[in-house]
Design a protein around this ligand. Structure first.
Ligand SMILES: Nc1ncnc2c1ncn2[C@@H]1O[C@H](COP(=O)(O)OP(=O)(O)O)[C@@H](O)[C@H]1O
Ligand SMILES: [Mg+2]
Length: 444
């Protein structure tokens, strides 16, 4: 799973970002509401204080002897003042003020009602036909601090919310995708040639139709391939007996015919029947190679198979076959011995057929599971090499053949999960042809 495309990562980040943004919007809106409400409460407190103090101050000032000397109200105990007040007469002379009232804050002219300065909120009221004025001031910083504390308290949960949301989404998505992951693993665990249905249980409803469609497709593919393979195998098999009978009859006819044009014709018919019989044999091999089941559960020693096939081919070979076996003489592999024999026959047969006359064919089996079949001869053009694996494709027309040999070998390699390399010229030479069959994956 590439991490930038991971659903888990996307949902985790996206949802966390969304939740954080929503929370911030909620905090901002709450901040505005809180500020509005706090202002209302503080204003009301300011108004209440002014209206409570003013009558007391008036009585105090009237009862005083020297009414024009400003009087500072001494604090009962040392404390910070959030509210400061100033009592003035109509001319603007200060009659009374709280102990830490700052004259600068209140302005020159007294007024009634609320006024905001850059630093303070001031409420003014008048009494006794506007001969006594009171102004109560409250620093705005005090209100701001209160609002900020509320917003701060609302922001704190974010430190918990972000990791919780990340972890929660991660866990939830991971848990919800567990079945999808199982399904993915089931698909990847299947070999390339395994067309059996993929087990899909308890998949999310969004994914289930995909699994059903995949299984239907696999089933269709399997049936089509089986039909094609069984058709090839059956028709090749059905051709075998009539071909053998026809061949036997032609051979008998040849014995009865005197030398002459009729015998030549009979010999031509025999050659055609033989190549037909080889073709039907190749088709059967191809059907086996494509039919799968090229690996067995029990590993077997493949060296005797190689020795047997080489001995058999040596009997009719024009050139010697050099055989290099692994040290110890054992190569245990799960590759099906029949498939290995078919592969060997096709490769060595090609080397004998297309190799240069009087130059040996070399067959080497390395202990790690690499087979090389090398022959001398003219170089096959590089651009023609990849196509030789296709059915009925040939690079020569001088020697008869069907063009199926390398296709069979290629199918066996693919079915066994092995690799096949075709090179010309052969490695370390300037001419010849080399086929490397690397089946180390099957070696035990
Ligand atoms: N050992 C080889 N040396 C040279 N050419 C080869 C060799 N093996 C295969 N070829 C080329 O690849 C072609 C395809 O081979 P193959 O599939 O076995 O079909 P066929 O042998 O029936 O022609 C051959 O026609 C030949 O041109
Ligand atoms: Mg061939």
């Amino acid at each position: 799973m590439r991490s930038e495309h991971s659903l888990q990562r996307r949902l985790g980040l996206g949802l966390t970002l969304g939740v954080t943004l929503l929370w911030l919007v909620a905090v901002a809106v709450s901040g505005l509401v809180v500020r509005y409400e706090l202002n209302k409460v503080f204003d009301s407190a300011l108004e209440e204080t002014a209206q409570r103090i003013l009558p007391l101050a008036v009585v105090e000032v009237i009862n005083r002897d020297a009414a024009t000397t400003p009087q500072r109200i001494l604090p009962l105990a040392a404390h910070d003042e959030h509210l400061t007040y100033l009592v003035q007469d109509a001319a603007g002379n200060t009659l009374l003020h709280s102990h830490s009232a700052d004259r600068q804050v209140f302005g020159t002219q007294p007024h009634t009602g609320f006024v905001s300065t850059p630093t303070h909120r001031i409420y003014g009221a008048a009494a006794v036909r506007e001969t006594f004025w009171i102004q109560v001031a409250e620093p705005l910083a005090h209100r701001r601090k209160a609002a900020l504390e509320v917003i701060g308290a609302l922001l704190w949960p974010l430190t918990l919310l972000i990791p919780l949301s990340l972890a929660g989404t991660w866990w939830l998505v991971r848990n919800s995708l567990r079945r999808v992951r199982d399904y993915r693993n089931a698909i990847t665990a299947k070999g390339a040639g395994d067309l059996s249905a993929v087990r899909a249980e308890h998949l999310p409803t969004e994914i289930e139709p995909i699994a059903v469609a995949v299984n239907q497709l696999l089933e269709l593919l399997r049936r089509t391939l089986e039909a094609e393979q069984s058709f090839t195998a059956n028709s090749a098999h059905e051709l075998r007996t009539p071909l053998a009978t026809a061949l036997a009859q032609v051979q008998r006819l040849e014995q009865e015919l005197p030398t002459g044009p009729q015998l030549d014709k009979a010999r031509q018919i025999e050659a055609t029947l033989r190549s037909l019989s080889r073709l039907s044999e190749s088709l059967m091999q191809l059907a086996k190679a494509e039919g799968g089941r090229l690996l067995s559960d029990q590993p077997q020693d493949l060296v005797p198979v190689l020795v047997l096939v080489v001995d058999e081919l040596r009997r009719n070979a024009r050139v010697p076959i050099q055989l290099d076996l692994p040290e110890g003489g054992i190569l245990s592999s799960t590759l099906d011995p029949d498939a290995f024999a078919i592969l060997l026959r096709n490769l060595i047969d090609n080397a004998l057929k297309y190799g240069a006359a009087e130059q040996p064919v070399s067959v080497r089996l390395a202990p790690e599971g690499i087979l090389r079949v090398i022959n001398a001869g003219p170089v096959v053009p590089t651009e023609a090499l990849p196509r030789l694996r296709s059915r009925f494709v040939r690079a020569t027309s001088d020697v008869p053949g069907s063009g199926l040999g390398l296709a069979i070998v290629d199918r066996i390699a693919a079915g066994a999960g092995a690799t096949l390399q075709i090179c010309s010229p052969a490695s370390g030479r300037t001419d010849g042809f080399e086929v490397v069959f690397d089946f180390h994956n099957t070696v035990i």
